[in-house]
Design a protein around this ligand. Structure first.
Ligand SMILES: O=C(O)c1cccc(C(=O)CC[C@H]2O[C@@H](n3cnc4c(=O)[nH]cnc43)[C@H](O)[C@@H]2O)c1
Ligand SMILES: [Zn+2]
Length: 353
């Protein structure tokens, strides 16, 4: 991880508390989680790639002029994933990085279309992520689940392929829990994806589209109205619509807030202008997430430190934030109760005299 966006302003004790706090990640992308170590290993396998491997050059490469530039760079890292063994390595190593931060549960957003269109066999792809998921749970104790997302800008062909891979019993992986929509929002209207979300929801998947990251609150309304959204990826622009905030609060629709990501892609100008406080004040259920951590020079611990400062949270407030993520997750009830109890035990122990 680079340190260019790291929030060092939380008190030292709070950083230590966050580091040990059992956490859950609800919004983190598979390829976007490739650390410099993983990128270097993949680039060594595929030396023709233009992605730099030296950490300093990589930090420069991961500095974005705008959201479109971010997607361009993101796709160059996607091009490093060429074989099922690359997929397995990436998934397993991402789980290792999550476990190091005491992440007990993560819903990893995967874009299978990007891999199948680049020639990776769909069955081998599913076997690779499932093999890594089982190994990660056994070896690191981190439970992984999948969200398959449509790369919206790639159009209806991508939507059809993603819906097929997510709903066909012969290929869909056991760990799949939800269906999403990512990529740029400008020029990619959400309602066109309704039939695909209808199919996914009918097949038992939860709906978690990105919305309101780079466009206005109308995109969030579209995600709720047309895509049956149960959580919103980002939802940043919701702050501009008081009726929408009331709706999100009343219907307990959580926002997957990713503060540092919004600064890195220039969706929000400065961290102090981030609307997370307005969400919390309006009673919206806030979860904090890292999105594409190495690309944005952050990790989940840092996002909790950022949230602690913006929301003025102490240890109990941070524990509540971690419990929000558990409650908003798609883990089974027994798993939720286990992590929530672990958060309570940890917090009580930390605060004991
Ligand atoms: O894979 C392709 O061939 C392809 C063709 C056209 C367009 C695309 C995409 O737009 C892929 C975008 C990809 O970006 C992922 N992502 C990661 N972080 C974010 C985020 O903060 N907001 C939105 N999308 C994000 C997402 O999972 C898409 O798969 C691909
Ligand atoms: Zn995202």
């Amino acid at each position: 991880m680079t340190d260019r966006l790291v929030d060092a302003r939380a008190p030292r004790d709070l950083h230590a508390f966050i580091a040990g706090l059992p956490k859950s990640e609800l919004h983190v992308h598979h390829v976007g989680s490739a650390s410099p170590r993983i990128v270097a290993e993949l680039a060594a396998r595929h030396p023709d790639s233009k992605v730099p491997t030296d950490p300093e050059a990589l930090a420069d490469y991961f500095t974005f002029t705008d959201f479109a530039h971010f997607i361009e760079v993101y796709l160059s890292v996607v091009d490093l994933i060429r074989t099922p063994e690359d997929v397995r390595l990436l998934t397993y190593e991402v789980a290792r990085d999550l476990a190091r931060q005491q992440v007990r549960y993560a819903e990893l957003t995967i874009t299978p279309f990007s891999s199948t269109r680049r020639g990776i066999d769909e069955k081998a792809f599913m076997d690779a992520i499932e093999d890594a998921r089982k190994a990660a749970e056994a070896e690191f104790g981190t439970v992984l689940r999948w969200c398959f997302d449509i790369p919206g800008e790639a159009g209806l062909e991508a939507a059809e392929e993603t819906a097929r891979l997510a709903t066909d019993d012969r290929v869909r992986p056991e760990g799949l829990v939800s269906f999403g929509l990512g990529g740029p929002e400008i020029g990619v209207p959400r309602p066109q994806f309704k039939p695909f979300f209808d199919r996914a929801v009918a097949a038992g998947l939860h709906s978690v589209p990105h919305a309101g990251e780079t466009t206005g609150p109308e995109t969030v309304w579209d995600a709720l109205t047309h895509l049956q959204a149960e959580r919103i990826g980002h939802g940043t622009s919701s702050a501009r619509d008081p009726k929408l905030l009331t709706h999100l609060a009343e219907h307990r629709i959580p926002l997957e807030v990713c503060p540092t990501s919004n600064i890195a892609t220039r969706a929000v100008r400065t961290i102090d202008e981030h609307p997370i406080k307005e969400f919390a004040k309006a009673g919206v259920m806030v979860t904090v997430n890292s999105d594409d951590p190495p690309m944005f020079g952050t990790d989940l611990n840092n996002e909790y430190a950022v949230a602690a400062r913006l929301l003025d949270l102490d240890e109990r407030g941070l524990a509540d934030l971690a419990k929000n993520a558990v409650a908003a997750s798609f883990l089974d009830e027994a798993g939720k109760a286990r992590i929530a109890a672990e958060i309570d035990t940890y917090t009580t122990g930390w605060l004991a005299p």
